[in-house]
Structure formats: C-alpha cells, structure tokens
Design a protein around this ligand. Structure first.
Ligand code: GLN
Length: 180
C-alpha cells in the first residue's frame, strides 16, 4: 500500500513515520512530478497553515488534479489544516471554523471516542472544528459538542493531530479505508 503525504509545508514527517510504523509505504509529494508519478493508493494532507498550503497547491497546479482524484475515489485523510483544505476546496461537505478555539490559547489535549473504536488521545493545535455537515457525512468524534472527526465516503478528516500521539487508531482506520 503506497500512501502519498503532501509535503509542501507543515507536519508531514510525523504522518510518514506513523504510516511506515503501520507497514504502509509513505511517499512525500513535494512537487508536481511526485504527483504525476502516480501509483498512490491514498493521500494524507497534514496540518500546517491552510492558507499557505492552499496557495502552494494552486501555484504548483496541484489543487485541481488532487480535487479530481478525490472526486474519482482516491482515499484521503486530512488533519487540521488538511481538514480545512478538504472542506473548502477538495469536496468534503462540511462547514469549518478556522482557529475555532482561539489563536493563542487554542492548543490542548484531551481524550474522546473515535469512530466507536474507543477513547484515543487527541492533540489540538490552533484547530478548526466542523460546524455543519452535508448529507452523507458521518460524524466520527465529538469533543465539547463540536465535531472533530468526520468521514464522507473516501474522505477522512480530523481537527486534531493523531500523528502527534502514540495512538495509531486513526491511521489504522484510514489504512482500512484504503484497503477496502
Ligand atoms: N490554524 C491553522 C489553519 O488555519 C491550522 C493549524 C494546524 O494545522 N495545526 O490553517
């Protein structure tokens, strides 16, 4: 299983480590040639700054091909800024609030259930949350009444950073999606 990890900006290396630890091959996507090489079974869009990552995706002419691949069924997993990009540009039917917990004091850790697989540690860093969902979007985690993980067919998104905790549960869930 080959998972591309968007490596333009932000926290991609932790995702790569987590995926490799679970036995998947992870490949950095840094430039159009990496994407054009193809052969990906899934894609991870990491946390970082959604504005910066979005600008780079457009400049590199990667936004549209990635959008089309997701629309065609490529499994994708976005964390934090990746969730924002999925909701704003890449087909996830969700309204998101950026920096929803405040800019300065908005980083915290908690535990909550993920997709009925039990409580997992969740690290939030200037995180967004999902304010509204379209039909067909399944809510996977709720913290303090706000949606922090969701899935729509081949699209998985979390407000929090599972790659920064020791817990592999969310990445395992994603690899199960890819395998299915
Ligand atoms: N606040 C960032 C944004 O709006 C997301 C933060 C993160 O990815 N850790 O893009």
């Amino acid at each position: 299983m080959v998972i591309g990890v968007l490596a333009l900006q932000g926290g991609f290396s932790e995702h790569i480590q987590m995926l490799r630890g679970l036995g998947a091959a992870a490949r950095e996507i840094r430039q159009p040639a990496d994407w054009a090489a193809g052969g990906l079974d899934g894609l991870v869009i990491p946390g970082g700054e959604s504005t910066v990552m979005g600008k780079l995706l457009v400049e590199l002419e990667l936004m549209e091909p990635i959008r089309a691949a997701i629309a065609a069924g490529l499994p994708v997993f976005g964390t934090c800024a990746g969730l924002i990009l999925l909701a704003r540009f890449l087909g996830l039917g969700a309204g998101v609030r950026r920096n929803a917990y405040g800019r300065q004091l908005g980083s915290f850790a908690t535990e909550a259930d993920f997709a009925g697989r039990g409580a997992i540690p969740m690290v939030f860093i200037r995180a967004p949350y999902i304010e509204s969902t379209s039909q067909g979007v399944e809510v996977l985690s709720v913290v303090d009444g706000h949606i922090v993980a969701a899935r729509q067919k081949n699209i998985l998104a979390t407000s929090f950073h599972p790659e920064l905790t020791g817990s592999p549960v969310v990445h395992e869930y994603f690899l199960d999606m890819v395998a299915a």
